[in-house]
Design a protein around this ligand. Sequence first.
Ligand SMILES: CC(C)(COP(=O)(O)OP(=O)(O)OC[C@H]1O[C@@H](n2cnc3c(N)ncnc32)[C@H](O)[C@@H]1OP(=O)(O)O)[C@@H](O)C(=O)NCCC(=O)NCCS
Length: 108
Amino acid sequence: MPELIAPTERLHASWLQCHAEWGAGLHEDGFGLLATDEVDSPAGFQTWVARLANESDGTCWWIVEGDRVLGGIALRHQNHELAPRAGHIGYGIRPSSRGQGLATWALG
Ligand SMILES: CC(C)(COP(=O)(O)OP(=O)(O)OC[C@H]1O[C@@H](n2cnc3c(N)ncnc32)[C@H](O)[C@@H]1OP(=O)(O)O)[C@@H](O)C(=O)NCCC(=O)NCCS
């Protein structure tokens, strides 16, 4: 059964596997990841996860099954700078987990 969880540094290795599957240079919708975030080192990953936890104008969740990270979904609140042009929801499912209803489930 999939679950929505808050981003956590505990799943660094699993998140990196998901990240690698997207491929270099592709924007990972739904993760709140910026080009300036350094996520390979434990310290950089911890900083990114802490930034997400402290965001006041949006909320990010990871879609996981057990410890496997399958995707991300972001809810952008009214004042989020991206909301006017990108909308209030962003989501992305890792390529190997697409077509199984996960995005539909997470949106619900
Ligand atoms: C779009 C995306 C999130 C869909 O995730 P998913 O878990 O495979 O989607 P689901 O299995 O829940 O499918 C939902 C519906 O979308 C359709 N769908 C999924 N991917 C699609 C695509 N690339 N093109 C057209 N329709 C698509 C499915 O057929 C399904 O339609 P149905 O309910 O009528 O059968 C996923 O393909 C992805 O991560 N894409 C890259 C990032 C992106 O484009 N995010 C959206 C913008 S923020």
